[in-house]
Design a protein around this ligand. Structure first.
Ligand code: FES
Length: 147
């Protein structure tokens, strides 16, 4: 079977073969939250371009966004906080509490409602452990988030 016949049999056109790698490479640098956690082995190292519309929320103090399982919050012109976006109790999403510069669990039901400091430590449970924290480095409009 020739190559063209093979791909035709699979329903794959040459355009698809050429275009898919670009889609994959775009998704690596795109800052849209994929909902996925950190990379293999818990690796976190990504850069957000704060000039892109999807990331401009971080140009305002008190705002936050979630990317790759990390919640990043801007607390001042040059200060960001970055912690794991999943509660250590039962895995609900973490939110930034800008009024208090701390994080809280989005699950406010009975037996939940954990609160974490800006550095990820448990302020009030039931979360058993701190949130993992990450480093941030702002260079121009590029914000690197890494372990
Ligand atoms: S899941 Fe966060 S406090 Fe229960």
């Amino acid at each position: 079977m020739k190559r063209q016949q093979f791909f035709t049999t699979l329903g794959v056109s040459a355009a698809t073969i050429l275009f898919v790698p670009y889609l994959v490479s775009c998704s690596k640098s795109n800052s849209v939250d994929s909902g996925a956690g950190p990379g293999p082995g818990g690796t976190v190292d990504f850069t957000l371009d704060l000039s892109l519309p999807v990331n401009t929320v971080l140009n305002t103090n008190g705002n936050s966004l979630i990317n790759s399982g990390v919640i990043i919050a801007r607390t001042s012109s040059a200060t960001f906080l970055a912690v794991a976006a999943v509660c250590t109790h039962e895995g609900s999403q973490i939110q930034f509490d800008s009024a208090n510069n701390r994080f809280k669990c989005s699950n406010t039901g009975a037996g939940h409602g954990s609160v974490f400091s800006g550095s990820g430590s448990v302020v009030s449970g039931p979360a058993p452990t701190s949130l993992r924290t990450y480093n941030t480095l702002l260079s121009g409009t590029m914000l690197r988030v890494y372990a």
